[in-house]
Design a binder for this molecule. Structure first.
Ligand code: CTP
Ligand code: MG
Length: 181
């Protein structure tokens, strides 16, 4: 199977949480409206409980479906996401890690004085990738090193900003998202 497809396949449970958060987010913000000692919001209204939970569920659900496809069709040569307890750790790593990466980026955006929704080039496009890899290294390092060769890592870093840009333009056009980035 083609490396580009494998890279996207492996990252889908980390990509989907963003889209689910946009579609289902809103309501009570994660920071409960509180301010940091610099007087600005800790995270801002763009990070909500509903969006975060929907994102994690969406990513885990996507991973379970992909894992079934991989094991039902070994002829396709697509990697699985582990078995038993490891499957759980891998999918939590990818989806919760993606949401944590996005939240951490928002924290730093607020500290830089940027309002909710302000664009921060490359951070907006890769925060969730780095978050998912960081959590995977903690929760399922064996699976991570087996599947993420330096070639796959390189492809993900190049392709994700492009895919992110395309989906956000679509999200903006269908009025699911306030900004096209
Ligand atoms: N969202 C959410 N909860 C999250 C992440 C995203 O509810 N944990 C929803 C919010 O409605 C948010 C939208 O998805 O406005 C877009 O997400 P994102 O671009 O990450 O947030 P921004 O609104 O741009 O805020 P920030 O400047 O903090 O990135
Ligand atoms: Mg944004």
């Amino acid at each position: 199977m083609n490396s580009l497809l494998i890279a996207i396949w492996l990252m889908l449970p980390a990509y989907l949480p963003n889209n689910f958060a946009v579609l289902f987010g809103g309501g009570r913000p994660l920071d409960l409206g509180r301010r940091f000692r610099d007087g600005r919001r800790i995270l801002g209204d763009g990070k909500t409980f509903r969006g975060t939970i929907a994102g994690i569920l969406g990513g885990v659900g996507m991973g379970l479906v992909l894992n079934e496809i991989a094991s039902a069709r070994p002829d396709l040569g697509l990697p699985g996401f582990g078995a038993g307890y490891e499957l759980f750790l891998v999918l939590i790593g990818l989806s919760l890690g993606a949401m944590i990466g996005d939240v951490v980026a928002s924290f730093f955006k607020r500290r830089m004085g940027m309002e909710r929704g302000a664009a921060l080039f490359l951070v907006d496009q890769l925060d969730f990738v780095l978050g998912s890899w960081a959590l995977l290294l903690v929760l399922a390092p064996g699976w991570f090193s087996q599947n993420f060769s330096s070639e796959i890592i390189f492809i993900v870093l190049i392709v994700t900003p492009i895919l992110h840009r395309i989906t956000n333009i679509i999200g903006y056009r269908i009025r699911a998202k306030k900004e096209p980035w």
